[in-house]
Design a protein around this ligand. Structure first.
Ligand SMILES: CC(C)(COP(=O)(O)OP(=O)(O)OC[C@H]1O[C@@H](n2cnc3c(N)ncnc32)[C@H](O)[C@@H]1OP(=O)(O)O)[C@@H](O)C(=O)NCCC(=O)NCCS
Length: 199
């Protein structure tokens, strides 16, 4: 497949794509989703693990976020649904076009079922499938082993620790930084299973 370098136009178009996985549908969030997003996101455990989510997270925060997405080509964001029920969000932040950054969160009642990994893989496949980018980056607080696990299962490699500001903390905190190159992603996607013949 021929890919384009991301431009504001192609990033805008990408947002209307719907991605399907075995259990999840990833689609563009709309103003009709604002209440559900606020209910899911309004939990300190989520805010303290994500850089830009404020806490408490109210419906006006969700409305502002969804409204801004309509014009802003700097983020490709998907609402994650399981059986038509919103469970969280996943997205790629393109503020640094050479270093698109994967991010995700799930409502707490949906943790521990593999949805995070499934949604992250879909967003990664979409990004490398759609755009001519050589790598994705991501970060997880050093106190966040679940997110670190997701990134490692997706093929991300640790690149170091940086201090990043977290809105809900009102301060900076250490973050494990990761990078997934297109070549590692392609290798994982092509890694067919071997079979063992009896001697
Ligand atoms: C991080 C998050 C998305 C994980 O979602 P999830 O659907 O529960 O994750 P998954 O079930 O796909 O996988 C999590 C992995 O971490 C493991 N894990 C979970 N909690 C863990 C812990 N406290 N210590 C070690 N491993 C842990 C799970 O066992 C699983 O690994 P496995 O598949 O090898 O068993 C969710 O906890 C969340 O939304 N947290 C708040 C926001 C956040 O941290 N976002 C990421 C920052 S960008």
């Amino acid at each position: 497949m021929l890919q384009d370098l991301p431009t504001p136009t192609t990033l805008r178009e990408a947002r209307s794509c719907v991605l399907e996985t075995e259990r999840l549908t990833l689609r563009r969030p709309t103003l009709a989703d604002v209440k559900a997003i606020a209910l899911l996101a309004n939990d300190r455990r989520i805010a303290e693990s994500t850089r830009r989510l404020p806490h408490p997270y109210r419906q006006d925060h969700a409305a502002e976020f969804v409204g801004a997405l309509a014009d802003d080509p700097r983020e490709t964001v998907f609402l994650i649904e399981n059986n038509f029920v919103p469970v969280g969000m996943v997205g790629v932040d393109w503020r640094e076009p050479d270093a698109p950054e994967l991010g995700y969160w799930l409502g707490v009642e949906h943790w521990g079922q593999g949805f995070g990994t499934e949604a992250a893989r879909a967003a990664i496949d979409f990004t490398f499938g759609e755009f001519a980018v050589e790598h994705l980056i991501a970060g997880a607080r050093v106190t966040n082993p679940a997110s670190r696990n997701i990134l490692e299962k997706c093929g991300f490699q640790w690149t170091g620790v940086e201090l990043h500001r977290f809105e809900a903390l009102g301060s900076s905190t250490p973050v494990d930084c990761f990078r997934l190159s297109r070549s590692v992603w392609a290798s994982l996607k092509n890694w067919g299973s071997s079979t063992r013949r009896s001697r």
